[in-house]
Design a binder for this molecule. Structure first.
Ligand code: ADE
Ligand code: ZN
Length: 339
């Protein structure tokens, strides 16, 4: 462990920019929702389900993650899921969040788009009012599905554009390059939505290039494979293109064999706008604090680096300018009072 305590990291004001709300479904809530909705699970209990969370690559995880989402059926289920995540954020002093949701995971099971987004949005509004956590919601397209299916999802989102700030792209990366979705991203940008995309998690640096050039994203989700391409690294540094990095996710899915080999702090010190995030905390062993603690334990994270990572998140966020200024003030007040 570096000279930072987990308590200091927990109290540090934090911002989360890469969080799949369905990936925050803890086994306990999953079982409770299965019971509420009378769904039979292929696991006897919470412990048995947790035992199944052993992955050697992204697809191993995705198979179990989509299966887990089956218990989400009613608007209240989506509310409860989101509220549980926000409660965790409050405990960890996460003060602004930009969650993803995957509508196709639900609409393909016959759940209405409105049921999903209204449940999530209602909890986010309550989170702001009751917990002081500001938020912006991002709708992801599943890249293993077709371009036509993504267009259909964008159509379903039209009555809800006021509830969404951006679109994203997730699911199985290899073999599903960003450019498969160039036209649907162009349409979404015409509608005034911002764009982000998962790229360079398992896929090659070329996918980061096409996410930037073809999809015109404002941020890259993951992007850790950028270090394989020096020209790309130079471009990321000069453009300040943010990368939403997820350390515990990367070790759990074997993107890096060990946290000691993670490249996030090297990239930080090279001037890349890297940020720390939890991705799917219920599956990967931790929320925001645990991700920072992992960096302190394995990579000797310093207080200065921790603070710069948070400042990068504020810079990269889709919050309004006034809120960004408040967040910067919170962060500098913390570093002045917690030396
Ligand atoms: N969906 C949920 N988590 C994901 C990840 N880490 N990569 C791609 N798709 C995802
Ligand atoms: Zn992700």
């Amino acid at each position: 462990m570096s000279n930072i305590s987990s308590d200091w990291l927990n109290q540090l004001p934090k911002i989360e920019l890469h969080l799949h709300i369905e990936g925050s479904l803890e086994p306990e809530l999953l079982f409770a929702l299965a019971q509420r909705n009378q769904i039979k699970l292929p696991y006897a209990n919470v412990e048995e389900l947790r035992q199944a969370y052993q992955f050697s690559k992204l697809q191993d995880f995705l198979d179990i993650y989509y299966q887990g989402a089956d218990v989400l059926q009613q608007e209240q289920d989506f509310y409860d899921l989101t509220w549980a995540y926000l409660t965790k954020c409050k405990q960890q002093n996460v003060v602004h969040v930009e969650p993803f949701f995957d509508p196709q995971t639900h609409t393909d099971r016959g759940i209405d788009f409105a049921t999903v987004i209204n449940g999530i949005s209602r909890a986010l509004v309550d989170g702001e009012q009751k917990l002081g956590i500001s938020s912006k919601l991002i709708m992801c397209f599943l890249r293993h599905l077709s371009e036509a299916a993504a267009f259909e999802t964008l159509e379903q989102a039209l009555p809800h554009l006021g509830q969404i700030v951006a679109i994203g792209l997730d699911s199985s990366e290899q073999g599903n390059p960003p450019e498969k979705f160039s036209r649907v991203f162009a349409k979404a940008r015409e509608l005034g939505l911002l764009a982000v995309a998962h790229a360079g998690e398992e896929g090659p640096p070329e996918y980061i290039w096409t996410a930037i050039n073809d999809l015109q994203v404002s941020r890259i989700d993951h992007g850790v494979r950028a270090m394989d391409d020096q020209q790309l690294m130079a471009q990321l540094v000069t453009s300040r293109m943010p990368l939403t990095v997820c350390p515990l996710s990367n070790t759990k899915l074997c993107v890096f064999p060990d946290m000691a080999e993670h490249n996030i702090l090297q990239m930080l010190d090279l001037g890349v706008c890297v940020t720390v995030n939890s991705d799917d905390p219920a599956y990967f062993g931790g929320y925001m604090t645990e991700n920072f603690v992992a960096l302190a334990e394995s990579l000797q994270l310093s207080k200065d680096q921790a603070k710069r990572l948070v400042e990068n998140s504020i810079e990269a966020s889709f919050a309004e300018d006034a809120r960004k200024q408040e967040l910067m003030a919170l962060c500098s007040e913390f570093s002045q009072t917690h030396i």
